[in-house]
Each structure stands twice: as C-alpha cells, then as structure tokens.
Design a binder for this molecule. Structure first.
Ligand SMILES: NC(=O)c1ccc[n+]([C@@H]2O[C@H](COP(=O)([O-])OP(=O)(O)OC[C@H]3O[C@@H](n4cnc5c(N)ncnc54)[C@H](O)[C@@H]3O)[C@@H](O)[C@H]2O)c1
Length: 415
C-alpha cells in the first residue's frame, strides 16, 4: 500500500487523528501549530522524525502529498486553496468555508487543481449512520421523502475543562458562532444516506441564554438551537439543527420513505429502529425491527478505538483510499460548500425570523457570480478583524459580567 506523506495543520483536533493516520499507513511528515501548548503535545505523541512548525508559511513548503486542515473552524478555505494550488490533496475539518465568497473561491480552486478535496466529516461513518445509509441504499424504504438530524450537546456550566481545551481566548470562534453554523454533523449524515441536496433553507432560533450568574459563559450566542428546514433537489425535506444545546445529549437521525422509516433511538446508544407498514414490509422483516447495527468491517478492532464512535478512523481511511484508488471523495467540494452555504444562509434566515434563502449551485458560474464578493462573517478574522454579522437572534445579547469573569478564571488555570 502506497505510503502517503501527510501534514497536519492545527494540533488540538488535528492530534485526535494521529493514530488513525498512522494505522492507515499515512506517514505524518510535518505538523504545524502556532500555539506551543499544542505543538509540544504533538511532539510528545509523535517524537522524532517529524518536522514541527509554528509558522504556516514554512509548513506549506515542506514536501507532502496531502494535508489535514484542523485549524480554526472559519479559516479553512484560504489554507485549502493554497494547498490545492500546490497540487496537495486536502482533507479539511468542518466547515469548508466561513463566508459565501470563500465557498466560491474554494470551488474554483478545487476545479483548477489536480489534487483532491474532501471535507473531514466523520459523523456519517458512525455505526448507526452507516446502517441508516445501508438501508437507504438497499431501497426497502422506497422513495425518501423526509429526514431529520440532531447534533445536540448541552454543556455543564460549571465544567472548566471545556473552555480550557476548546475556547482558549474570548474572541475564539466558538463564542461567536450562530446556531446554524456548526451544521455538518447533523446535515452530512442525512445528505450522504439519502443523496438529496438542499436547495432552499429556512431557520428559526430557540433563544434561551444561560441565566445562572455563577456559570462559566463566554459565548455571545444566546440561542440554544436553530431549527433548520431545507427543501431538497429531489423534492424531499430535511429538518435538522446546527450545534444545539437542549434536553439531553444525543446525536439523532431519522429517514422516512414511502415504504418505511429508520432511526437511531435517542438515549439508547446505537440502537436502530427500522419500521415498515404491514403492506410494505419485506418478507424477511417484522413491521418493527429493533436491533444493534454491526460494523461488518475488516478493521473493526481499530475503528472502535477511535473517537466519535469510530468515525474518526473511517473518515481518514476514506480520504486515503480516494487518493490511492483515484476515486471521487464522497464529501467533495460541492457537497462541502453546499453545507457551508446552508449554515451561512440559514443563519441569515434565522436572524430574519425564518425568511427563506435559495442555496446556490456552486457548479454554475451564474450562482458563483452572485456570491463571490459576500465576505460577511460573524467571527473575528485572522488579524483581529471585527465580526460583520451578529451571531445571536437577539443581536444585543451578551454574557453577564460575572459569567465572563468565571470564564477568565477558568482559562487562566489552563495547564
Ligand atoms: N469532526 C469533529 O468531530 C470535530 C471535533 C472537534 C473539532 N472539529 C473541528 O476541527 C477544527 C479545529 O478544532 P479545534 O477545537 O482544534 O479548534 P481551535 O480553533 O481551538 O484550534 C485550532 C488550532 O489551530 C492552530 N492554528 C490556527 N491558525 C493557525 C495558523 N495560522 N498557524 C499555526 N497554527 C494555527 C491554533 O493554534 C489551534 O491550536 C475546527 O474546524 C472544528 O470545528 C471537528
């Protein structure tokens, strides 16, 4: 099997993938992080024989076949473009692009490049989502009409470890993200399973800021969730969240067709419920089938050791296989930028209390022209540029001073 020389940009989330890269016969030749906290952690884990860079401009000059981009959420596209221009294959963490203009620029760069582009979207490879896709592909659900996706992560307001690991400073993207933006973990699994592509989006906010003055709160987004709906190119409809914080924690998906429906059951780990009507069930099935899906994969022992229910291992394997076998990646630049556009335009819809927006088809030049100069962003830019969009449906919302002080105390204790 050909060894692929890979670089890793951003060593916090990037470090989660080291084992999966090595287990899939990639050679990690260089890593880069400007934060020596994460660069030192990478050195501890990878040891000698790897080049360590603080500067991106030096890192990009290191010879490599492929790169994993795990830098800030809203800053992937400009770096992806630079690697694509050099002919280096790109695996980019979510989101593909932070603005509509970046979606356009990224698609243009990917079309010009000989290298492959894939979004590093791991949730479709979780065990229950693989099963949902397998059943959709089998065809027993009939024509797919409707699907749901929920990525729901409420957090304990007293837990210091979350801001310490994930929000190291107050202008970090995690504290300025509208509730529609972190959408790929709820949307990609249902797009992948059904093959449907959103063409029109509308979103409603669920405004519910944390009212406990003693909790650690730094976010400028007081929306607990966005409830997003899309009309799709095959006449089906999706309903999903971005990153939501309501009720109890779960990742939940449901797909309904003319003949039956499948879902993973909330609160029951990976259990699947597959149901048909009496008149539409396949001969060998019951009307209600409750079961634990299986991996049915030769690398099961390795998959189960990795994060996000094994999705981390499989997304890396998929990317490397696409390079080795010269295949089109499942989450290519069109799939990836369509999701970014749903996140961005869903955010605008939410601010306008549900006004619908059409999702552009970035393969068409007329749609690109319409959005190529739209650089508005709710996040701080790489050089401290101020946000140009609100991140909350109540734009004047701010965390309480006591909550912010608790946040500063927590990050000052970061080890
Ligand atoms: N797929 C998943 O399950 C999953 C899980 C966690 C995070 N993520 C994604 O991974 C990405 C990274 O997440 P994170 O929590 O590590 O985010 P982060 O923004 O806190 O960390 C990014 C890292 O990149 C480094 N970096 C950024 N710009 C740099 C530059 N110009 N030069 C050198 N270093 C630079 C930073 O120092 C930091 O250590 C995000 O897009 C996030 O959404 C995905």
């Amino acid at each position: 099997m050909k060894q692929i020389k890979i670089g890793v940009f951003g060593c916090n989330r990037g470090g989660d993938y080291f084992r999966s890269l090595l287990a899939n016969n990639a050679d990690i030749v260089a890593v880069c992080d400007k934060d020596d906290f994460w660069l030192n952690k990478a050195k501890e884990r990878l040891g000698d024989g790897v080049a360590y860079y603080e500067s991106f401009d030096e890192f990009i000059e290191h010879p490599m076949d492929a790169v994993l981009l795990a830098n800030h959420f809203n800053e992937h596209a400009p770096y992806a473009i630079r690697f694509l221009e050099k002919g280096v294959h790109v695996l980019s963490e979510c989101t593909a692009a932070g603005t509509m203009a970046e979606c356009v620029a990224l698609v243009r760069a990917a079309e010009k490049s000989k290298a492959k582009y894939m979004l590093c979207e791991n949730y479709p490879f979780m065990k229950f989502n693989r099963e949902i896709k397998r059943v959709c592909d089998e065809g027993t659900l009939g024509k797919i009409l409707y699907a749901e996706g929920e990525y729901n992560h409420p957090g304990d307001g007293q837990d210091k470890s979350f801001p310490q690991r994930y929000v190291p400073y107050a202008t970090h993207w995690r504290y300025f993200l509208p509730a529609t933006y972190y959408v790929t973990h709820s949307l990609a699994p249902i797009m992948y399973a059904t093959g449907a592509n959103p063409i029109r989006v509308t979103a409603m906010p669920v405004y519910a800021p944390n009212q406990n003055p003693n909790d650690i709160v730094g976010t400028h987004n007081g929306d607990a969730a966005a409830i997003i709906t899309t009309l799709n190119d095959d006449d089906s409809v999706f309903r999903f969240t971005g990153c939501a914080t309501f009720g109890a924690h779960h990742n939940a998906y449901r797909v309904c067709g003319t003949e039956g429906q499948i879902e993973n059951l909330r609160g029951m780990d990976e259990k699947i419920m597959l149901r048909y009507n009496k008149w539409s069930k396949p001969a060998e099935m019951e009307t209600a089938n409750l079961y634990d899906p299986q991996w049915n994969h030769k690398d099961e022992d390795l998959i189960v050791k990795e994060g996000h229910g094994g999705g981390d291992f499989l997304v890396i394997q998929e990317f490397l296989n696409c390079i080795r076998q010269d295949k089109k990646p499942p989450f290519d630049v069109y799939f990836a930028t369509r999701m970014s556009a749903v996140a961005i335009l869903g955010g605008r819809s939410m601010m306008e209390r549900g006004v619908p927006y059409d999702i552009p088809d970035f393969s068409k030049e007329e749609d690109r022209k319409k959005w190529e100069n739209d650089t508005a962003s709710p996040c701080y830019g790489p050089n401290g540029e101020e946000p140009t969009l609100p991140c909350c449906s109540h734009p004047d919302y701010k965390p309480m001073e006591s909550q912010l002080n608790r946040y500063y105390e927590a990050i000052n204790e970061r080890k």
